[in-house]
Design a protein. Structure first.
Lengths: 346, 383
């Protein structure tokens, strides 16, 4: 089963605990899970799956996410789109059809009403695009100097059809790993939009709902083993979670990773690795080997999946690790993120 | 990507590897030290150890600026950061380096105003925008980063910015190399010298390695093909019985370095009598301090610092790793008491540190992942 996260030995919370890597895993496993433990929470998936009478074998999916991005808008979107798409995507990769969202606003005193309206309108547009209503909400205002302008929280409920079973434990050696498009776009776009790097690049966040992509793969039936959206911590973190939770290895090929030239260039300058940079409109899927080509074709047939790629294979060994074959013919480990290389991006 | 992909071409790499295969004597190990942490990072990130012939053994040297800062200086930095009214600025790598009282990241979580910057000029800009605060820049690094600090100091003086100062920990590359060459039982046969440092200081400062110690040197750039090329150049020298300082990084490095950068350094800084290096101890003339004429921008002159010396943790073998006496995985605490999220030694903190590079990228080769035992690694201990 899920291996134990590292021990939580810190006396105070640091930014590393929010970066999505090893320190986050320690905080979640050793504090939140220890205090709140129950069978619904325990799998720590993208959404909890709830059975209930009268659903006829279908299950409800429940998820929540908070958004503290800085700046509040950036090329390709803003906090409003992120908050809707992020929660929709957590439902989508859980195999769920989203039913409704809630939205919580924590607003700093002095925040312009016009800007708040723009955020709400962006949320409405994203919700319409995903076909999901924002059905409940909450508003809090905090003193000037708190909340950095605006923090958002969204939660979502969806329904997973009877018979759909996805999870890392379903991965088998030989399965193939797909990613639905270029990696690192969102994180780099936000970093550049902060304007602190004297760097200009033609880059936009990839924030988008992955519902269509997920539905296209769900039609593969049991050949689809697992999906996740590689947000904070990037593709590397998602694959590490997969390897650890499945008790298997994931081997990826450097050559096969789709990375935009501008993203690769910015990462090179900033000393970042696109594997660890956040995405907001991509999904990672594990499929049975015989379904791999069809899965790729299904993704590529959709506008958001045009640059989808088969990037790797699930293997038995070395257990729990992600291994990368370099372009030069060497090999290396792709480890969990340790510190926080990036400012807040989602 | 132009100007990057060309230096990572698999085809060119295979050609260089074939040449290497012709240059090694089967079964006879060649130990080469890559001095710079940037090289170490490239070697692991691109899996070069898998690509070169087994006879080529890269030994990771002391050229990681974060790794060589002693704990006492980190404590001084934290004391500065915790002074009321101070904005303490630092490169990101230094945030997690542990002192005796935790790291700057922990000081920040406790309330100190610690900010990450990409350049000392960013710190100067903070000083301009916050005239009622004292902005201190944690100046670290070899001759690579020292000119940027120097130019920032010159600008601070020209603009008469009174609330900016540098906490100078700049170090020089020559003296630690001599210390390594003087260490008993040395088995290194050649040196891959740092590229960016050499862009500033030129290649002359390495002449003593060839002339006094009889070891060939090749200054190398940082792409994987550069390092393979530098390795070929070193092996050619060894094969032909030559012992010279050669320059692989001709697209950037000149024999006499960068005169303007050197002039800025000379105007603002001078050699310290001695400086403590993490794991290597005190080395004479190995670091820079601000000249008295810049005392107004010198954090050491302007603020009271604890200045306490702190012993390296007993279990930590960073010193032996830094001189190439042992491989990272041969350290007693590698992967157990010392991991990237709880580093005991500095080599585990920076992505350029040999231990962090090995932990993050290289554990495939000695797949003990935390066993930290001497027996489990390849049998290549130099000690």
């Amino acid at each position: 089963m899920r291996p134990r996260a590292p021990r939580l030995r810190d006396e105070v919370v640091t930014l590393a605990h929010g970066a999505g890597g090893r320190a986050t895993a320690a905080l979640v496993d050793r504090l939140f899970l220890e205090e709140l433990r129950n069978p619904l929470l325990e799998p720590l998936g993208d959404a909890a799956l709830l059975a209930a009478d009268g659903l006829g074998g279908a299950r409800l999916a429940l998820t929540t996410d908070s958004y503290v991005v800085k700046p509040l808008s950036f090329p390709g979107g803003g906090i409003g789109e992120l908050a809707v798409n992020g929660t929709v995507n957590d439902l989508a990769v859980s195999g769920a059809r989203p039913l409704a969202l809630s939205a919580g606003f924590v607003v700093e005193e002095g925040f312009p009403v016009a800007e708040l309206r723009r955020v709400a309108a962006a949320m409405a547009a994203a919700a319409r695009a995903a076909g999901v209503p924002v059905a409940a909400g909450d508003t809090k205002v905090v003193e000037r100097g708190k909340a950095d302008g605006l923090y958002l929280n969204t939660a979502g409920v969806g329904v997973v059809a009877a018979g759909v079973a996805l999870g890392p434990e379903r991965a088998r050696p030989g399965d193939r790993v797909l990613v639905s498009g270029t990696i690192g776009d969102h994180g780099v776009a936000v970093l550049v939009a902060r304007g602190e790097l004297a760097l200009e690049a033609d880059l936009a966040s990839d924030t988008a709902p992955v519902l269509e992509l997920a539905s296209a793969l769900l039609e593969l039936g049991p050949a689809l083993r697992f999906m996740r959206d590689p947000t904070r911590g990037g593709l590397a973190t998602t694959l590490n979670e997969l390897a650890a939770q499945a008790g298997l290895a994931v081997r990826i090929a450097e050559d096969a990773l789709p990375v935009r030239r501008e993203v690769a260039g910015a990462c090179e300058l900033l000393g970042l690795d696109p594997l660890y940079v956040a995405n907001e409109g991509k999904l990672v899927a594990v499929v049975a080997p015989e379904a791999a080509e069809e899965a790729l074709a299904r993704l590529r047939a959709l506008p958001l999946g045009a640059e989808a790629a088969l990037v790797g294979t699930v293997e038995a060994e070395p257990e729990g690790l992600v291994v990368l074959d370099t372009r030069l013919g060497g090999g290396r480990i792709v480890d969990m993120l340790v510190g926080d290389p990036l400012p807040r991006i989602c | 990507m132009r100007f990057v992909d060309e230096f990572r071409s698999g085809e060119l790499a295979r050609r260089l590897v074939r040449e290497l295969e012709g240059l090694v004597e089967p079964g006879r190990e060649v130990k080469l030290m890559e001095v710079c942490g940037g090289h170490t990072h490239t070697i692991y990130k691109h899996g070069l150890e898998d690509v070169v012939p087994a006879e080529v053994d890269y030994v990771h040297g002391p050229g990681c600026p974060v790794c060589v800062i002693p704990m006492g200086r980190v404590d001084d930095a934290i004391a500065l950061a915790e002074r009321p009214g101070v904005i303490f600025t630092t490169f990101g790598d230094m945030l997690r380096v542990p002192g005796a009282r935790g790291s700057l990241l922990e000081a920040k979580a406790r309330g100190a105003d610690v900010r990450m910057v990409y350049s000392p000029l960013d710190a100067l800009e903070l000083a301009r925008r916050n005239p009622d605060r004292e902005v201190v820049f944690f100046a670290i690094g070899f001759e690579t980063t020292a000119p940027a600090t120097a130019l920032t100091l010159l600008r601070a003086r020209a603009e008469r910015i009174p609330n900016f100062s540098a906490f100078c920990n700049h170090v020089t590359i020559g003296p630690p190399l001599r210390a390594i060459l003087d260490s008993p039982g040395l088995r290194l046969q050649g040196f891959i010298a740092p590229g960016h440092v050499s862009a500033v200081i030129g290649t002359r400062p390495y002449d003593f390695i060839a002339q006094e110690y009889g070891r060939p040197v090749v200054v190398s750039a940082f792409e994987p093909l550069d390092i393979l090329h530098a390795t070929v150049m070193l092996l050619r020298q060894l094969r032909e019985g030559r012992c010279e300082v050669e320059n692989q990084y001709t697209r950037v490095v000149r024999r006499d370095g960068n005169p303007r950068a050197l002039a800025a350094l000379a105007e603002t800084m001078e050699l310290r009598d001695t400086f403590e290096w993490r794991g290597l101890g005190w080395i004479e003339g190995s670091a820079l301090r601000l000249r008295d004429s810049f005392a107004a921008w010198d954090a050491e002159a302007r603020f009271e610092l604890p200045g306490r010396r702190v012993e390296d943790p007993k279990a930590c073998q960073c010193g032996e790793v830094l001189v190439g006496a042992i491989k990272p995985w041969e350290c007693k605490v590698f992967g157990t008491a010392c991991t990237p999220e709880r580093p005991l030694g500095t080599c585990m903190v920076s992505s350029e540190g040999a231990c962090a590079a090995y932990y993050n990228y290289g554990r495939l080769r000695a797949p003990l992942a935390g066993a930290g035992s001497r027996a489990a690694g390849p049998p290549s201990a130099d000690a």
